[in-house]
Design a protein around this ligand. Structure first.
Ligand code: SF4
Length: 388
């Protein structure tokens, strides 16, 4: 039985230029139909859900829904599932969609963790990103959520934000901007901070802006300096660095996301939501009309299904687990695979990219910024390929 639940709300105020998630503009009629479908899917999935340890309402922008609609979703969960009394119940919020009164109502309905997409505390950067809020909105949102009584607030920040081409060689300016956002974020004292590197994904307006030369990405060296600056500044303020991009005050690590990195089972409800349980990964129909139609016809909206082989399971264990700063417990690997990995681990250690502490294999400080490349080398070694 699954103890971790994700609910997807695919509506946004407007599309940010870097976003490649499936999200659509909010329309109250379609949102109403979608919520009804979500409540029905909650009921249809009753058989696979055990006591819920975490619930994560993500998007899109879930707080674009009214407090009444969100309370209705939580009630549907209570009617169908058992929720642990100390369950972590998170909702993602956009600064423009959260007032003190709304936050208080969400708290009353059972939400106890708010994750606010701030991204930057510099207006010019927020305009470049195409966000619907400004720095003042962001600061006000965190303060509102705090005064409403939330004791667990997370904020997202983005570094490596592009600039108009004529400013891109001013490295000092870029680093100073990032320091400013971090400093302002620290003043808000959130329990949890995620710092994400901006990657221009294909088929986004940002990708086109870079291709056309309207915007330029910071240099790799600047991005890496920003990454370490973020980690070091937050650690200095007693935040614990527990995953490549995530830090928290002690005891406030995101339990829901830790379950993903621990390769735990979860159920995803809603258009495009993914699930992992019973040895398979599945994905719901992405298109909201298809999703609603399936549910209204009493059909599971599953559009993709993949049974995980033993080899795939092992690879997942490594590439998800090594995202955690504690790394992976090598004791949990079959002996044969540990032997295969030995050479790659020694080679990566000699370059200072990984280290073995007791039974644990983890990325070093130097390895963190190169995590993708390092993890690929470890995975290749499982197939008997030598790391380059
Ligand atoms: S608010 Fe989030 S999900 Fe919506 S468009 Fe912006 S980045 Fe994408």
């Amino acid at each position: 039985m699954v103890g971790y639940l994700y609910i997807h709300i695919p509506f946004c105020i407007k599309k940010c230029i870097y976003c490649d998630f499936y999200s659509i503009p909010f329309k109250s009629q379609i949102a109403g139909d979608y919520i009804k479908a979500l409540c029905r899917e909650i009921g249809l999935r009753k058989d696979v859900v055990g006591d819920l340890t975490t619930i994560y309402i993500g998007g899109g922008t879930p707080t674009i829904l009214s407090e009444k609609e969100i309370a209705g979703l939580l009630q549907a969960m209570r009617d169908n599932y058992v929720i642990d009394p100390d369950a972590e119940i998170t909702i993602e919020a956009n600064p423009r969609t959260i007032s003190e009164d709304k936050a208080r109502k969400l708290l009353d309905s059972g939400i106890n963790r708010m994750s606010i997409g701030i991204q930057s505390l510099i207006d010019k950067e927020l305009i470049i990103l195409g966000r619907s809020h400004n720095a003042e909105d962001a600061i006000k949102a965190v303060k509102n959520v705090r005064s409403a009584g939330f004791k667990n607030i997370s904020i997202d920040l983005i570094y490596g934000i592009p600039l108009p081409k004529f400013q891109i060689s001013n490295f000092k300016f870029q680093i100073q901007n990032w320091e400013y956002s971090l400093q302002k974020a620290l003043e808000l004292s959130p329990e949890h901070i995620s710092t994400y590197e901006l990657t221009p994904e294909k088929d986004t307006p940002l990708y086109e802006d870079i291709k056309s030369g309207r915007l330029a990405m910071p240099e790799e060296g600047v991005i890496s300096e920003m990454y370490y600056k973020g980690i070091d500044m937050l650690k200095k303020h007693r935040y614990i660095h527990y995953e490549i991009s995530n830090l928290s005050k002690p005891g406030y690590e995101c339990r829901h996301n830790l379950n993903y990195w621990n390769r735990g089972e979860y159920l995803g409800i809603g258009a495009g939501a993914h699930s992992f349980f019973g040895g398979k990964r599945t994905g719901n129909a992405r298109d909201i009309s298809h999703y609603i139609e399936s549910i209204n016809n009493n059909k599971m909206p599953v559009a993709e299904k993949h049974y995980i082989t033993n080899d795939e399971a092992l690879k997942e264990f490594i590439f998800l687990g090594m995202r955690k700063t504690d790394g992976i417990d090598m004791k949990l690997l079959p002996d044969k695979k540990r032997v295969l990995m030995k050479k790659a681990v020694e080679e990566l250690s000699s370059h200072g990219l990984v280290e073995v502490k007791g039974n644990y294999l983890r990325l070093t400080r130097k390895g963190l910024i190169l995590s993708n490349e390092v993890i690929v080398q470890v995975l290749l070694s499982l197939e008997g390929s030598r790391p380059s």
